[in-house]
Ligand binder design. Structure first.
Ligand SMILES: [Zn+2]
Length: 141
């Protein structure tokens, strides 16, 4: 096992455990093995070797469960944010939406602070769920 410090590429990289932005930590089996870049969360650093050697099918199962948990925690806020954008932009009747109005609503939604917060919450909940599943000693909430 090799724990690396320092990024070898200027291209942004995501954490191989939780999917957030990777920091300066990496995990590799040997000096010239592929590198699993990691965020700065200690839980991701601890679980790196487990994920590094995990079969894709197993990792997909963890991700699917994490997605379901995260959407369960954030769906209300996401839905409420989208409904607010629709309401505030005069789209009370979805049958009246045309392509231009739909594009206008999409732009408004992407700039809506509440929706951005809700999506950030989803992302954090997803990452937390993955780390929690990988480390059975963590509490299940
Ligand atoms: Zn991470």
């Amino acid at each position: 096992m090799t724990v690396l410090f320092g990024r070898k590429t200027p291209v942004p990289v995501i954490c191989g455990v939780c999917g957030r932005g990777a920091g300066a930590h990496g995990y590799a089996l040997r000096d010239y093995s592929r590198v699993l870049w990691l965020c700065d969360d200690p839980g991701c650093v601890e679980q790196a070797s487990k994920v590094y050697n995990m079969k894709t099918r197993d990792l997909n199962d963890y991700e699917r469960k994490a997605f379901n948990e995260a959407i369960g925690h954030s769906a209300d806020a996401i839905f409420e944010s989208v409904m607010t954008v629709l309401w505030e932009h005069g789209a009370q009747n979805l049958n009246e939406l045309d392509a231009d109005k739909f594009d206008q609503l999409k732009r408004a939604a992407t700039q809506n602070e509440k929706l951005q917060e809700a999506m950030a919450y989803f992302q954090n909940a997803f990452a937390y769920s993955l780390r929690r599943q990988l480390d059975p000693s963590q509490t299940p909430f």
